[in-house]
Design a protein around this ligand. Structure first.
Ligand SMILES: CC(C)(COP(=O)(O)OP(=O)(O)OC[C@H]1O[C@@H](n2cnc3c(N)ncnc32)[C@H](O)[C@@H]1OP(=O)(O)O)[C@@H](O)C(=O)NCCC(=O)NCCS
Length: 89
């Protein structure tokens, strides 16, 4: 994650395949949101591959909503990104 002014961006989040669905990413994300608030962020956003339904479901379950789309954001293979964000209180 990185923070600039009052916005934080989640850059990377991954859990080993055999450890998934045990709440690990939820715990990591909760810690990141605490850190974002402490750094002064008022909102958090991230980009995720449009085809990554699992990650999109995960981020939705964690309070993020789709707020935009960036065409040709990824390479190898080329794909659009869904931008998801949530306000911090
Ligand atoms: C996305 C990812 C980080 C989730 O990690 P995780 O530790 O399995 O997630 P959690 O166990 O905390 O899941 C929390 C909730 O997210 C949702 N979720 C997670 N995996 C899901 C799946 N395969 N299908 C549907 N919903 C899912 C569920 O609502 C889940 O709650 P539940 O298990 O009580 O139903 C993991 O699948 C991963 O590493 N994927 C590959 C890397 C990636 O795509 N990263 C994100 C892009 S930056």
């Amino acid at each position: 994650m990185r923070t600039a002014a009052d916005e934080s961006e989640i850059l990377n989040l991954a859990v080993e395949p055999e450890r998934r669905r045990q709440g690990i990413a939820s715990a990591l994300l909760a810690a990141a949101l605490v850190a974002a608030r402490a750094a002064g962020a008022k909102s958090v956003y991230l980009e995720v591959r449009e085809s990554n339904a699992v990650a999109i479901a995960f981020y939705r379950s964690s309070g993020f909503e789709p707020t935009g789309r960036r065409a040709r954001y990824y390479q190898d293979p080329p794909e659009a990104a869904v931008v998801m964000s949530q306000a911090l209180f």
